[in-house]
Design a protein around this ligand. Structure first.
Ligand SMILES: Cc1cc2nc3c(=O)[nH]c(=O)nc-3n(C[C@H](O)[C@H](O)[C@H](O)COP(=O)(O)OP(=O)(O)OC[C@H]3O[C@@H](n4cnc5c(N)ncnc54)[C@H](O)[C@@H]3O)c2cc1C
Length: 294
């Protein structure tokens, strides 16, 4: 069996297939595993530039997190975030983070799995009993999947995000943790990467609104100073940060139904099958594996 895409959906699928006794190979176009569980090395430490954190309420995913926590790979970060405008605190579920960056969790899932990196797949492979496309629908469509999978992929709606890594000379924002920024034309969230990772580094990560990202998809670096300015104004910061950006063309899907799509031997899974979250991607990949093994 072949899984295309080494994000958390593809890796969860491959691991469950392997644990069920199947022979499975994962192919990934990137140089590293993780997809949108993405941690970029900046100044000798990892910064999370994709998913900001994850939450868990599915018993299976809760078990997975307990295993990561026991091995020091995941840590409960906070249940309290700030909401702008107003700067009120809001309490919700525990948000989990990873001391080594969230990508380290994908690397853990990939351990012992046959993963081929830097392998861009351009058509659905024809040398496998089953092919799992574990990626956003618009990316899956480029591989020419069969009709029912193509229809499911086309039915997905995606929003872009530009992430800005803001490195400051020192921490100037007190107890921030993270914030949802509502009704802002440019800024959607800002998170304290030093706080969530636990090393106290003076690094914030801002995520743009889809509207700002859409304007800058061809030139994402131009959005960097705009986001830095917006964060500075929001938090009343005086220092100017070093700015690095990352463009996510397919960042967040509209919530979808079902656990996956399938047509013959071709399957499609990922976070568009449910609420667009890390847990959903993990569950979707596992659901495909269960169906294939069954
Ligand atoms: C900015 C941002 C903020 C987010 N914040 C949160 C959050 O706070 N909490 C939360 O739970 N979730 C969050 N998410 C969502 C979360 O990151 C995703 O739900 C999850 O990582 C999706 O995993 P996936 O495996 O479905 O897809 P992906 O991670 O996108 O994996 C798809 C993989 O397929 C590969 N691929 C694609 N096409 C090909 C091809 N042709 N050949 C080979 N490989 C291919 C890609 O390179 C990629 O590695 C956020 C996402 C973004 C971008």
């Amino acid at each position: 069996m072949i899984v295309v895409g080494a994000g958390i959906a593809g890796l969860a699928c491959a691991r469950a297939l392997r644990d069920g006794g199947a022979r499975v190979r994962v192919v990934e176009r990137g140089r590293v595993v993780g997809g949108r569980l993405a941690s970029k090395r900046v100044d000798g430490r990892y910064v999370d530039i994709g998913a900001a954190y994850f939450v868990a309420d599915d018993p299976g995913f809760v078990d997975q997190i307990a295993d990561w926590e026991r091995r020091g790979l995941a840590r409960p970060w906070t249940d309290t975030l700030r909401v702008y405008p107003g700067a009120e605190e809001t309490t919700g579920p525990v948000r989990w983070a990873a001391p080594g960056g969230l990508r380290s969790l994908a690397a853990d899932l990939a351990d012992g799995i046959d993963v081929r990196l830097e392998s861009l797949i351009e058509t659905v492979p024809d040398d496998a009993d089953a092919v799992v496309l574990a990626m956003p629908g618009p990316q899956a469509l480029r591989l020419g999947p069969p009709p029912a999978v193509a229809a499911a992929a086309r039915a997905q709606t995606w929003r872009p995000v530009i992430a800005a890594i803001l490195t400051y000379p020192e921490r100037e924002w007190g107890e921030l943790r993270g914030a949802f920024v509502n009704e802002h034309p440019l800024l959607a969230t800002v998170c304290d990467d030093g706080d969530r990772r636990g090393d106290g580094a003076p690094v914030l990560v801002a995520h743009s609104t889809a509207e700002l990202a859409a304007q800058h998809l061809d030139d994402p670096s131009a959005a960097g100073p705009v986001l830095a300015e917006a964060v500075g104004e929001l938090l009343g910061l005086t220092a100017k940060p070093e700015v690095r950006v990352h463009r996510w063309t397919y960042a967040q899907p509209e919530p979808g139904g079902a656990d996956y799509a399938v047509d013959g031997r071709v399957w499609l899974c990922g976070d568009a099958f449910g609420r667009p979250r890390v847990q959903t991607a993990w569950l979707s990949g596992r659901a495909v594996a269960r169906a294939l093994l069954g």
